[in-house]
Design a protein around this ligand. Structure first.
Ligand code: SF4
Length: 296
């Protein structure tokens, strides 16, 4: 496995990307292009194609002017303190962040301009910023989620070889929860036959209950474009015993629909058994107007 990483500083024209979607937020901020977490199912690999670079997992671009660009946007009179999704494409707390330390600067700006945010991560590094996260939570609101799709550390270290070990993610989750923050669990993508087993999913729901998470969202693996090709090469190499079954599933629509239906029924049963809220929208912080802020 290639463990050499190359970091390259670039400039961005603006810190935020506007997303027109059905989601309860419309701005996305990504400090890094590329992601060291190296998830076999990564949906974001396409974003390196625009840079004509095929090494999404090892060649990381750092937007060195992003803090200045963000301040320009947040200080503008037209800024309405919309919720910002920090790292909608690549993880804001991937290992390179330990070197560049850009997230604390971003959080300080969000606090200064009372702008709410959401973050999802596979990294325990987020706990480094716990005091800033608490402060932001008080002045504007923040929702944090950890992605964990298996409690089997060996499996996770193959599927997401650059992410924090599962135990560290769980400890980070507990720490943030105990600090009074809203913490969710992203059980996605669930990989058919590999992580979609009843025993794995049941163990996850049980652990989520123990961690007292505020909500959980789930979803079966979606494969598109270059992700599909990369993922099948990975499965052939690492889990050849599942290759044919997964290939058949993703190449036969009806079979896939039937499998998905059964998986979602199982998830609904577990939801009822463990009483875990599945409505993440309930916890997305709301933007506050000037008048509302004066009441604080
Ligand atoms: S954490 Fe997200 S962006 Fe990073 S490699 Fe994994 S799926 Fe891709």
């Amino acid at each position: 496995m290639n463990n050499e990483y190359k970091y390259q500083e670039i400039t961005c024209k603006s810190a935020l990307n506007r997303i027109d979607s059905f989601l309860p937020y419309h701005y996305d901020l990504n400090i890094y292009r590329g992601c060291e977490h190296t998830c076999a199912y990564c949906f974001a690999r396409y974003s390196h194609q625009y840079l004509e670079d095929s090494d999404f997992f090892h060649h990381i671009y750092v937007k060195e002017n992003i803090v200045g660009e963000l301040e320009k946007k947040l200080s503008s009179k037209t800024w309405k303190r919309d919720v910002i999704n920090l790292g909608g494409i690549t993880d804001s707390y991937q290992p390179v962040e330990a070197i560049y330390k850009i997230m604390p600067q971003i959080l300080k700006l969000l606090i200064k301009y009372k702008t709410p945010a959401i973050i999802s991560t596979k990294s325990a590094l987020i706990t480094r910023d716990i005091t800033l996260l608490q402060e932001l939570n008080q002045v504007a609101g923040i929702q944090i989620a950890f992605t964990i799709t298996t409690l089997d550390n060996k499996l996770a270290s193959v599927l997401e070889s650059g992410a924090s070990p599962i135990k560290m993610r769980l400890n980070a989750m507990k720490t943030l929860k105990e600090a009074g923050l809203t913490v969710g669990w992203h059980l996605m993508p669930i990989i058919p036959y590999i992580t979609a087993t009843r025993s794995n999913l049941k163990a996850i729901f049980q652990m989520a209950k123990e961690c007292n998470v505020d909500y959980m969202i789930t979803g079966m693996l979606n494969l598109r474009g270059s992700t599909k090709e990369y993922f099948f090469k990975f499965i052939k190499k690492e889990y050849p015993e599942y290759y044919k079954k997964i290939w058949n599933l993703y190449n036969h629509k009806e079979e896939k629909q039937c499998y998905k239906k059964q998986l979602y029924e199982l998830l609904m049963d577990l939801e009822k058994e463990y009483h875990i809220c599945r409505d993440y929208q309930k916890y997305v912080p709301k933007s506050k107007t000037n008048e509302q802020l004066q009441l604080f």
